[in-house]
Design a protein around this ligand. Sequence first.
Ligand code: HMG
Length: 387
Amino acid sequence: MKIGIDNIGFYTSNLFLDMAKLAKKRNEDPNKYLIGIGQEKMAVIPKTQDIVTLGANAASQIVTDDLMDEIDLVIVGTESGMDNSKSAAAYIANLLGLKNSIRTFEIKQACYGATAGLQMAKDYIQIHPDKKALVIGADIAKYGLKTKGEPTQGGGAVAMLVSANPKLLAFDGDSTYYAEDVMDFWRPLGYSEAKVDGKFSTNVYLDFLSHVYADYQDTYGAKLTDFASFAFHLPYTKQGLKAIKFLIQNEPEEVQASYLNKFEASRKYNKIVGNLYTGSLYLSLLSLLENADFLKENDKIGLYSYGSGAQGEFFAMKLVEGFQSVLTGKTKNLLAKREEISVEEYEKIYQSTLNYRDNEVFDVTEDHARYVLAKIDDTKRIYIKQF
Ligand code: HMG
């Protein structure tokens, strides 16, 4: 029985910042951000969106009325949780109108959370093939203003429907994984922005890739050319370029050129959204699927998931027959319709989201998303559905 991703949805806010303009304000050469970091635009998340609304807005792209009775597991992977106790999944299931005979919970392991959810959903469907699971990766990537991490911020959510006989991608065998207690990136309780040992983190990411990929090759006898293409966790897209260069380093020149060319499709969306932590790998996958003209049925895609702290995992998925019918171009439209804001407006939004008061009403008139955070009432977050 095939198990995999039946459908995939994405959501980010309607606001973005131009990276060349941010570079100028920070007295950096724009090419450092555009080429050196590999980011052209950065999603800016207003106060009316948090991981609950981002996740619900992404899920609403794929949760149709006929699925209401079939979904009985909702997992949210996030490291931007807004409550130490209640899970974002509980809110999201309610906002979507899912039934009550359902399991809802949240998973944390930095950017790896959505992969943990996806693998758990795979195992669940294996023994409950008549059910469906909703796995969401939702985050707001935040570093300090004027820090080295600033140009690698972003935010958004990816939602995946996991089922038997999926319409998009099927898991192809098992994963290889590697974990170590590493202090490369962390966010202490009470901080809304992450702390990071930046250069160190970029090396740990590649070191973990070398572990899981070598293990995958040894365990499954796999070779590079078994994969039509790859999708990587993309904290910023230059990191993915380093990853693909690592994988192809011993290949002939024409093979290297071909994989480098294919990599471009997998970073197109991430380049204009930025890091969305748990969702980044799956936005890269979506970017590849919607922008590559070379993919065909039965092609195998290699996926590398990395979450600081740290966890790495490598696995493969195969495109199923008729996969093109699932790719609607909604993400392209969503990203094309965003509004540019100035560096000053971005800094204002940044400051406003550092603290939430126990009682606060938000102006939602500028936020046209289906789900928005309308107010905080005696510490309780109140969400509304706008249409
Ligand atoms: P930095 O020190 O500002 O940048 O920090 P740099 O000086 O190293 O320059 C970056 C690149 O730009 C370099 O290229 C320069 O040569 C190049 P590289 O050596 O990397 O190939 N450059 C230029 N290129 C063209 N024209 C120019 C120019 N100037 C310089 N004029 C750093 C960069 C990524 C460290 C920083 O942004 C940071 O700390 N970011 C946050 C941490 C991060 O994203 N780490 C990634 C791995 S960890 C991970 O993926 C997990 C994570 O998503 C969290 C989670 O798991 O939850 C972060």
